[in-house]
Every structure is written in structure tokens, then in C-alpha cells.
Design a protein around this ligand. Structure first.
Ligand code: 5GP
Length: 235
């Protein structure tokens, strides 16, 4: 039996706590920041508050667009009530503009607008550095079924189309982002968070980075970037 308030899991940026309902958990957002597979560590003041509020708003935008998510409701500044998922150990990356891992892997400069979005599967493993994998790896290792992969691809495209438009109207280019999905009562739901920790946001015109790259690359004004993204999301 789970105890209410029992810590179920602590990750790098979030903690999951049990509730009286075994199907629901509380997702608590910390100010802790890590990069490069936790080799770099720090704190970003009020990042947890910003990410909780931004994710809560964006999950509601996703639901309206027809993407089912684990979001139930925002409970407090740092807490969100979510459906308890069986997490699939994959990270989906969608890219609209070259940056980060894609620029490194292929030796191309950052900032090139891609002719079409690039979809990537990564195996969720910190020790291995979340390596790129293809459908064959996933199916051969039985990490997910063909039907689940199809659903995740379809939902990820919808997330990208919706977020790109949503942020364009707020003066932000959506460069790339990472998603995680899980199983819940026979359905695939979008889980985790959608925030400046998991997306690259560039201000239109200035190209100023308003995301975790400010922490990763020691660009300064880290807290201000998270606050600015919250302001843009809340309108
Ligand atoms: P890249 O593969 O270029 O490092 O990351 C692509 C996008 O996915 C970026 O927006 C990045 O923030 C996000 N991303 C990829 N892997 C992770 C991860 O392990 N943790 C977090 N927070 N974001 C990730």
C-alpha cells in the first residue's frame, strides 16, 4: 500500500509523491538544474514555479489540440496533479531549427531552419547519454509496440504544430523540444513537462535564448529567461 505523501521517485528536476488515489500522483517541480547528464549542477531560483506554471498552461493547450496528457490540475506554485503513467523509456526529440545535439552529431551550424521537422527517438539513459535509436532498436528490444510508436509519432507532430503556432504568436521561435510518453489504462499519454528545461526557445528578431541553454552554456540571466517565458505564456 502506498502512503499518502510518500516519495515515489526523485528525478533531477522533479519529485513524484503518492496521493490517496493510486492512479494519481503529485509532480513537484524543484529549482535544481543539471546538464550534460548531471555532470553540471546548479540551482535556478524559482525555476520550479515557472516550469510548473508553464507546463500546466501548455498541457491544457495540448488537451485542447487533441493530445491526451497526464495533466489533471495545478495544485500550487510547485505542484501539479497528474495521472500515474507507466513511463516508456524513450525520449522523443522534435527539431525545427538546428541546434544542440543535431548540430554536434552532423557538424552543422546552429540556427538553420529545417525544410521539415526532424523526429528522433532517444533511449532514456543518463549513463549512456540518451543515445539516438531507431524503430528497429525499439521493436527488437520490446520497449514499445509498432502501434504505440505510430501513436507517439502522430501525437508528437501535433504537439510540434500546436506549440510552433502558439509560440510564434508570442514572438518566440520553437527551435526544438523533448517529450516523454507513458501508458495509462491502455492509452498513450504525454507525460513529464513542457518548459524551458525541455524546449529551446529563441526570441524572434534578437535570437536571444530564453531556455536552459543559458544555464548549460553559462550565458547569464538564467532566472530572467524563465520568468520571461512564463510572462509570454501567461500573456
Ligand atoms: P539536444 O538533443 O539538442 O541536446 O536536445 C534537443 C531538445 O530536447 C532541447 O530542447 C533539450 O532541452 C531537450 N532535451 C533533450 N534531452 C533532454 C534531457 O535529457 N533533459 C532535458 N531537460 N531536456 C532534454
Amino acid at each position: 500500500m502506498l502512503k499518502v505523501g510518500e516519495k515515489l521517485y526523485e528525478g533531477k528536476a522533479k519529485i513524484l509523491y503518492a496521493t490517496e488515489d493510486p492512479a494519481l500522483v503529485i509532480q513537484y517541480f524543484k529549482d535544481d538544474a543539471t546538464a550534460f547528464n548531471a555532470q553540471k549542477r546548479g540551482t535556478i531560483m524559482d525555476k520550479g514555479v515557472c516550469n510548473n506554471k508553464i507546463s500546466s498552461a501548455l498541457f491544457q493547450v495540448m488537451e485542447q489540440a487533441g493530445v491526451p496528457t497526464h495533466f489533471v490540475k495545478q495544485l500550487s506554485d510547485r505542484e501539479m496533479l497528474v495521472k500515474r503513467l507507466e513511463i516508456i523509456p524513450l525520449e522523443v526529440t522534435m527539431r525545427n531549427i538546428t541546434a544542440g545535439g543535431m548540430s554536434r552529431m552532423l557538424g552543422i551550424e546552429e540556427g538553420i531552419v529545417l525544410k521539415q521537422p526532424v523526429f528522433e527517438w532517444h533511449y532514456k539513459s543518463d549513463p549512456l547519454g540518451d543515445p539516438l535509436m531507431n524503430d528497429d532498436h525499439i521493436l527488437a528490444l520490446q520497449l514499445a509496440t509498432t502501434q504505440e510508436l505510430e501513436t507517439i509519432r502522430r501525437l508528437s507532430s501535433k504537439v510540434n504544430d500546436t506549440l510552433k503556432t502558439y509560440f510564434a504568436t508570442r514572438g518566440i521561435d520553437l527551435v526544438d523540444f523533448k517529450l516523454e510518453f507513458g501508458r495509462y489504462r491502455g492509452h498513450i499519454l504525454l507525460g513529464d513537462e513542457i518548459s524551458p528545461d525541455t524546449c529551446r526557445f529563441w526570441e524572434q528578431g534578437t535570437k536571444k535564448k530564453l531556455d536552459k541553454d543559458r544555464f548549460r552554456r553559462d550565458l547569464g540571466d538564467v532566472e530572467a529567461a524563465y520568468q520571461e517565458m512564463l510572462r509570454r505564456v501567461l500573456g
